[in-house]
Design a protein around this ligand. Structure first.
Ligand code: PSV
Ligand code: MN
Length: 388
């Protein structure tokens, strides 16, 4: 049986990075519903993120998105984070919201547009130098809508060239996290549609390039935990963008649509060394809270990852290995399901109390009065939102 003290120690060491854009307004292409108290600046986003960390104790890092989080002084933003017990995490590039990128960014047929896109990626590395961020997360909206629109292989060549230029600019402790997504906004081909394409590019680039698995970026039915296991085995799993989906890239709270899938993913992570510091897997959220209150939704998401991790750590690995060795199909499955079906909430409440935290982070947040305060104070100005 797993040693409970070791399980608690692993849970206490876990770190989950929250996304700056999760605190801003968001919606669908039909409507963005504004909420009271939403941050107006990246500084205010960090204040909200600090609340998530205060009540969970495991969310000290915040991913930024450029240009949505552009500021005049990144060192000042990093200092603002530090004063609140936070660190700035991954820098997310954006080569998808400019008119020039209609036919793509780094894969665009026109060299001038490609240069502009690479310029933005290099600017993101400059920002990392100032914020102390180590991860450059690249997601490209590049692709085509119609057969014959562009040359698939030529586009791969352009992508490879751009990535190589950015890779050469990375500092010693910096890395590229290359994200894939099977469709959207392109509907026919996407230039980085799957883990295999991302892996092939990362392999060519070298050790400072790894793949990021956004859980919403797969076709329905894809076995995501297999991808996770394989990338870990190859030393190429750089991190996760966690979220949930029912249909496409829904960006719902992680663990809400399919908690069993999240458990299966975390089982592969814990089993294959993914929680160990030297493996350096970034556990990031990439979510939008369109209709639910944002800060408690981020807290809920952090707790969902934590609960899945706890269940994964509770798998009796000796019993599992024995059942697998003996070809005991039902026994092996039962061992896994026993862990999944364990109610880990009492264990986590106990752990939080041992750490001097409130046992129920959401109740503690609600009782803190933070929501009422920001709703009253953050009046006027432009609320942050997707694209701002
Ligand atoms: C793209 O859908 C994506 O998952 C990338 O991570 C972007 O940076 C993020 O969403 C922005 O919303
Ligand atoms: Mn993502």
């Amino acid at each position: 049986m797993p040693d409970i003290a070791a399980v608690k120690a692993a849970l206490a060491d876990q770190r989950i990075e929250t996304p700056s854009w999760g605190y801003g307004n968001s919606g669908t292409r039909f409507k963005v519903f504004a909420q009271a108290g939403v941050p107006r600046t990246p500084y205010e986003k960090l204040e909200d993120a600090a609340k998530v960390h205060e009540f969970t104790g495991i969310a000290p890092k915040v991913s930024l998105h450029i240009p949505w989080d552009r500021v005049d002084d990144y060192a000042a933003l990093a200092a603002h984070a530090k004063e609140r017990g936070l660190e700035l995490g991954a820098i997310n590039s954006n080569t998808f919201q400019d008119d020039d990128y209609k036919l793509g960014s780094v894969c665009h047929p026109d060299a001038e547009v490609r240069r502009k896109a690479v310029g933005h990626l290099l600017e993101c590395v400059d920002i990392m130098d100032e914020t102390g961020s180590t991860d450059l997360k690249l997601w490209f909206a590049d692709g085509t809508n119609y057969p014959g629109q562009d040359d698939i292989v030529a586009r791969q060549g352009r992508l490879g060239e751009a990535l190589a230029e950015v890779y050469a600019r990375l500092g010693e402790n910096q890395r590229i996290l290359l994200e894939y997504k099977f469709f959207e906004p392109a509907f026919y081909t996407t230039d980085v549609p799957d883990w295999g394409t991302a892996y092939a590019h990362c392999l060519k680039l070298g050790p400072k390039a790894q793949v990021v698995v956004d859980t919403g970026h797969h076709a329905p039915g894809t076995n995501i935990e297999f991808i996770v296991a394989l990338l870990l085995r190859e030393g190429k799993l750089g991190g996760f963008d966690f979220n949930s989906r029912f249909y496409a890239d829904d960006d719902l709270m992680v663990g809400s649509a399919d908690p069993f899938q999240l458990f299966r993913i975390m089982h592969e992570v814990t089993k294959n060394g993914g929680l160990e510091a030297e493996t350096n897997v970034a556990f990031m959220l990439d979510q939008c809270h369109n209709i639910e209150a944002k800060i408690p939704a981020v807290i809920r998401s952090v707790m969902n990852v934590q609960e899945s991790t706890a269940k994964a750590l509770l798998v009796d690995m000796d019993a599992l290995a024995a059942a697998q060795r003996d070809g005991d199909v039902l026994g092996a499955n039962e061992t896994l399901m026993d862990a999944y079906n364990t109610d880990v909430r009492p264990l986590l409440r106990e752990l939080r109390e041992e750490q001097g935290l409130a046992p129920d982070p959401i109740a503690a947040y609600r009782a803190s009065g933070w929501h009422e305060r920001i709703a009253a104070d953050r009046v006027g100005g432009d609320q942050a939102g997707w694209g701002a």
